[in-house]
Design a binder for this molecule. Structure first.
Ligand SMILES: Cc1cc2nc3c(=O)[nH]c(=O)nc-3n(C[C@H](O)[C@H](O)[C@H](O)COP(=O)(O)O)c2cc1C
Length: 184
């Protein structure tokens, strides 16, 4: 398990080939076994490929052009995060009416589910990155509207997935746990 955790990496460059349906379903199945408070199972997944991904590109381009009107190069390079990704899964978490604590717990559960998907992806030979910024569009309403999420859902992650086209050779850097731990 420790090896699996150490080897998991954010992958951002993908081959153009599609991800098979059964592999996508395995990722989704892995997610649903995540721990969650009171079995609310607060996640929902929006799978974008092919035509729907092309339509999302228009939404993202529109967002970036409005956000960075004087930086066309930035817009162009940011767009590569989706134009060169064969599969995007947008993950939402349920908002619990008038219960901030439960709503927070739901986001923790959905984060756990995304981590399960990330580890599962690695085992299936896929690469993945969890995006929130830029074309991740998690902190904006455009993607929320585009996927048709309800007002009772909040976006947690835009998962860009595909077969890796990058080799990561650098060692994974982390602060030793001793510097982040207080033994009481
Ligand atoms: C909540 C969250 C949001 C993230 N958002 C982005 C993002 O918008 N763009 C991006 O390139 N990577 C994003 N990442 C990936 C991190 O940059 C990556 O996990 C970090 O650099 C550590 O690298 P590793 O995953 O290979 O260990 C995000 C990760 C998390 C957990």
């Amino acid at each position: 398990m420790l090896d699996a955790l150490k080897n998991r990496r954010a992958i951002r460059q993908f081959k153009t080939c599609e991800v098979e349906r059964d592999k996508i379903e395995t990722l989704l199945e892995a997610a649903t076994y995540a721990p969650n408070d009171r079995m609310r199972e607060p996640w929902h997944f929006y799978v974008l490929q092919g035509d729907s991904l092309k339509r999302y590109e228009h939404v993202a381009l529109d967002y970036l052009q409005k956000r960075f009107p004087t930086k066309p190069h930035l817009v162009e390079s940011s767009m590569e995060a989706i134009t060169k990704t064969p599969l995007v899964i947008v993950v939402t978490s349920a908002i619990v009416d008038r219960d901030e604590g439960a709503t927070k717990d739901n986001t923790f559960a959905v984060s756990s589910a995304i981590m399960s998907m990330w580890l599962m992806a690695e085992q299936l030979g896929l690469g993945m990155v969890w995006r929130t910024r830029g074309v991740g569009l998690v902190h904006d309403t455009a993607l929320h509207h585009f996927v048709g999420a309800s007002d009772e859902e909040q976006l947690i992650g835009t998962l860009c997935i595909g077969y890796p086209a990058e080799e990561i050779t650098t060692e994974k850097k982390r602060t030793p746990f001793a510097e982040k731990t207080t033994w009481l």
